[in-house]
Design a binder for this molecule. Sequence first.
Ligand SMILES: NC(=O)c1ccc[n+]([C@@H]2O[C@H](COP(=O)([O-])OP(=O)(O)OC[C@H]3O[C@@H](n4cnc5c(N)ncnc54)[C@H](OP(=O)(O)O)[C@@H]3O)[C@@H](O)[C@H]2O)c1
Length: 248
Amino acid sequence: MSTPLEGTTAVVTGASSGIGEATARALASAGARVALLARRRDRLESLAGELGDRAVAYEVDVTDDEAVANTVEEVVRDLGGVDVLVNNAGYGSMTPAAEADLAEWRRMVDVNVGGVLGTTHAALPHLVKAAEGARGIADVVTISSVAGRKVAFPAANVYAATKHAVGAFSEALRQELAGRHVRVGLVEPGLVRSELTEDNGAAQDAESSMELGLMEAEDIADAVVYMVTRPRRAAVNEMLVRPTGQTR
Ligand SMILES: NC(=O)c1ccc[n+]([C@@H]2O[C@H](COP(=O)([O-])OP(=O)(O)OC[C@H]3O[C@@H](n4cnc5c(N)ncnc54)[C@H](OP(=O)(O)O)[C@@H]3O)[C@@H](O)[C@H]2O)c1
């Protein structure tokens, strides 16, 4: 098996389920040591047990800036640095504005935007240091969404706003860090089968309207691994990946 990420450390937020869990597995298969971050310790420990010396579990809420900063320092002490950061932790609730719960809106902003900012801020000095080291490159990949490119339906309201926000932040960071050899990219999935889409009903709706069904989390994990294993001279800045049957 090819292990292009041998010797590197990857931090994956939201590694306890769905796209984050699949991405952690895929990065470990590609040779990385993976720091698994999320709130559900039992899920993280079970994945870490499966991945053996390739993974370590860290229980943290990405909306808690101080806890995130402490966790990133712990990862650096345990695993030696940060070569790859995957900002994946996210939350989505799709309700028309007139019926929405304001606390749900704030939760999406706190997790999808606040979590990306806190984790990126904490990891940044380590990513720059990694890019100055022997490998000469480091990566930040943020899992945005088709909803980060366009508002496909009104109930996407705040979810789409959070994903547009991380897109803008990511592009600014890309411009700032290009000369320092830290690549910054976005993966923009369409509908993926996960707890998120099962919980908000999107999976069930899509399943009945798309002959080939939704994507699996592994389809997005493949995109992340592709991005972070390019030669140093090539930076894949954006990947929009939809189920074949998804029209919007
Ligand atoms: N599924 C889709 O169709 C789809 C499409 C486009 C984009 N996305 C994006 O893909 C990402 C992953 O979603 P998913 O579909 O894989 O959903 P998921 O299975 O529900 O996974 C969400 C992950 O985020 C973590 N998380 C949520 N709040 C957190 C917090 N406050 N602190 C730390 N971790 C937190 C959860 O872990 P804990 O609960 O253990 O903390 C979980 O591991 C999200 O950013 C989502 O917006 C998904």
